[in-house]
Design a protein around this ligand. Structure first.
Ligand SMILES: *Cc1c(COP(=O)(O)O)cnc(C)c1O
Length: 378
């Protein structure tokens, strides 16, 4: 279940282990699957899912470019040699706008408001601009960005007026940005989103500007419990429909983060104690949700595998065990209950499919414990 090279990396860790293990080749493989399903699309890697330098380097190598959502990400993507960039994010500062305007690799700005368009024009931003719109029905997934009141983009009418304003300001308005959801596992629903986004963008641009860019966003599902969206079914449901737009020279863009990064990261935490309290078995690990916050953020039990270590002290057998971390809060739970054949101090617990939004969203300063080791395998 754990790939041999990951297991070897887990066994090589110093005790007590708390580590992130990354395999950039796993991202490259997922990228291949996206390419196969969407052969003519531009694929940008949404780097906020996992910004580990080795994973980012694999994305820079294999994707067409990188989607950034902060000035810090923009600097990292540029330093990593990204050939092409997109810049999203709901509260861009003057420094962000200046960084975008500073040149380097071609950059498409995803503009979230009229204020931002005005700032771009004032800063002399010369690249293409896509207006972000919040429209359509909410898609099934973990985070709805559209079809609900969110801080992202603009209402349909406001987005049209913003596009007009952008043109009047002399900006190169090229199209629209329609990122809608995260972790959508329903290929038919995602295909419907794409069809709808393409139809709407064509209608919206007509009579305003020549449409050259439609970005349907990220959101391809890769659940931390292992499920992934069926990209073959997505390709079949899209059919040949985008062809006319592609032939007309419109750049069709998808910007997945989670789908590409989820399978490229494993969180590893060593058991330092086991005990039974109020009839419930606990395994306490070095590490926890300050290194891997996703299970706490979403409130699910992340599955784990046990790599037995040199065990010291008590061993629990045939037990449903709750895995908690080293923080002084009852919320520091990585798995609220998983049955194990046996578990004891010295064992290493390996949480797979953890690469996306794992370390990046974690609050590692809380309590001042040492950080996790960062291991890259090749
Ligand atoms: C987060 C984000 C993405 C990536 O979303 P995933 O669910 O990880 O695929 C893409 N585009 C924008 C604008 C985002 O904010």
């Amino acid at each position: 279940m754990i790939p041999a090279k990951v297991r070897a990396a887990v066994e090589a860790l110093a005790s007590p282990a708390s580590a992130w293990v990354y395999d950039p080749a796993a991202l490259t493989a997922r990228l291949g699957a996206v390419r196969a399903a969407l052969p003519q699309w531009t694929v940008l890697y949404a780097m906020k899912a996992c910004a580990n330098p080795a994973v980012l380097a694999a994305a820079v190598d294999g994707a067409d470019g990188v989607e950034c959502a902060s000035g810090g990400e923009l600097a990292a993507a540029r330093a990593a040699g990204a050939r092409r960039l997109a810049f999203s994010g709901p509260a861009k500062t003057p420094a962000d706008i200046a960084a975008a305007a500073a040149g380097g690799a071609p950059l498409t700005m995803h503009a979230e408001s009229v204020r931002e368009l005005e700032a771009l024009a004032a800063a002399g931003f010369a690249g293409p601009v896509a207006v972000r719109v919040n429209r359509g029905r909410a898609l099934p997934g973990s985070h709805q960005m559209t079809g609900a009141p969110t801080p992202f983009g603009m209402d349909e009418e406001a987005a049209l007026a913003a596009a007009d304003r952008g043109v009047a300001l002399g900006l190169d308005v090229a199209g629209f940005h329609l990122h809608a959801v995260s972790n959508c596992l329903d290929a038919a629903a995602y295909a419907a989103h794409v069809h709808d986004a393409l139809d709407w963008a064509q209608r919206a641009a007509a009579g305003r500007f020549g449409l050259r860019y439609v970005n349907v966003g990220g959101g391809l599902g890769a659940d931390p419990r292992g499920d992934v969206i069926d990209l073959g079914a997505l390709a079949a449901a899209l059919g040949d429909r985008p062809r006319a737009l592609l032939d007309a020279g419109v750049d069709l863009v998808v910007e997945p983060g989670r789908y590409l990064a989820a399978g490229a990261g494993w969180y590893v935490a060593e058991v330092v104690d086991v005990k039974t309290v109020a009839g419930r078995a606990f395994a306490l690990v070095r590490g926890g949700t300050h290194h891997f916050r996703l299970p706490a953020a979403w409130g699910y039990a992340h599955p784990f595998a046990v790599v037995p270590g040199p065990r010291e002290g008590a061993v629990l057998t045939d037990a449903e065990v709750r895995v908690c971390g080293e923080l002084c809060t009852p919320r520091d739970v990585l798995n609220a209950g998983q049955r194990v054949a046996s578990i004891g101090a010295g064992d290493r617990l390996v949480f797979a499919d953890a690469g996306a939004y794992g370390w990046e969203i974690s609050h590692d300063r809380f309590l001042g414990h040492p950080g996790p080791d960062m291991v890259v395998i090749d």
